[in-house]
Design a protein around this ligand. Structure first.
Ligand code: NAD
Length: 254
């Protein structure tokens, strides 16, 4: 049975928490009793009781400052959700070096900077957990996603390495691997497609469940990995992808 207040007394920081998966996660952590701060480029619309703090995960000073303020406001940091991320489309011929540096800077080094700043607080926690938002792109070869996939592959490896480095300090590190999730990000992707309805149908059909994942479903997985109920789970990747990574179905009969 789920304890609705299982995170009472704990504190959490969620990067990229002003939209999509991050916002759903911040809300769920708060609903389960945690005090939550959101670090985002655009935190102004973040609803109460969440604390919105402006931070750019590509800027070390910005991250350190926001993490320090979050720890002061919340009274420490027990849970860190490294979720801020950006996308990229195309093959290796399509993105200039600047785009590679930019996406790796946000998606990979963003996790490094934020976790590095949070570690002194996590070490003081009796229930420390880090959850990184990775992707199906880390474990399956998807067309037109070379740069994005490389960044998420790095997130998966980094999750395992961080889990090994910090397990003896009592800090668990895991990641979630969402399939295609119905968020503003995917909305923007569809808006840019020649035929958005056909593109959406193709994305839905790619997942064995036949539909997109919801942000709330990813938030539930993150919240579980972040909670003391997952106290023996570290160094894992939890797929939240409607079966996309693991299943091989025969074509549906018409
Ligand atoms: P989103 O665009 O709805 O939200 C991303 C948030 O991150 C935004 O609020 C944005 O302001 C913030 N952000 C971006 N760059 C930042 C920076 N430099 N510093 C601080 N904040 C920054 O996206 P989403 O779909 O909710 O994606 C969230 C995470 O989930 C990303 O890491 C993404 O790679 C991952 N993911 C998404 C999907 C999907 O289908 N939507 C699938 C797998 C993984």
């Amino acid at each position: 049975m789920t304890d609705r207040n299982e995170l009472a007394g704990l504190t959490a920081v969620v990067t990229g928490g002003a939209s999509g998966i991050g916002l759903a996660t911040a809300r769920l952590l708060a609903a389960r009793g945690a005090a939550v701060a959101v670090l985002d480029l655009a935190p102004d619309g973040v609803p109460g009781p969440l604390t919105g703090l402006r931070a750019d995960v590509t800027d070390d000073d910005s991250v350190r400052g926001a993490v320090r303020v979050a720890a002061e406001v919340l009274g420490g940091i027990d849970i860190l959700v490294n979720n801020a991320g950006i996308g990229a489309t195309g093959t290796i011929e399509d993105n200039a070096d600047e785009a590679w540096h930019r996406v790796l800077d946000v998606n990979v080094l963003g996790i490094v900077r934020t976790t590095r700043a949070a570690l002194p607080y996590l070490r003081l926690s009796g229930a420390a957990a880090v959850v990184n938002t990775c992707s199906i792109a880390a474990t399956a070869g998807l067309p037109q996603r070379a740069l994005y996939s490389a960044s998420k592959g790095a997130v998966l490896s980094l999750t395992l390495a961080m889990a090994a480095d910090h397990v003896r300090e009592g800090i668990r590190v895991n990641c979630v691997n969402p399939g295609t999730v119905d968020t503003p990000w995917v909305g923007r992707l569809l808006d840019g497609a020649a035929d958005p309805a056909t593109e959406r149908a193709a994305l839905e059909a790619r997942q064995p469940s036949g539909r997109l994942v919801s942000a709330d479903e990813v938030a539930a997985a993150i919240t579980y990995l972040a909670s003391p109920a997952a106290g023996s789970i570290t160094g894992t990747a939890l797929a939240v992808d409607g079966g996309m990574a693991g299943l091989r179905l025969r074509p549906a009969r018409t």
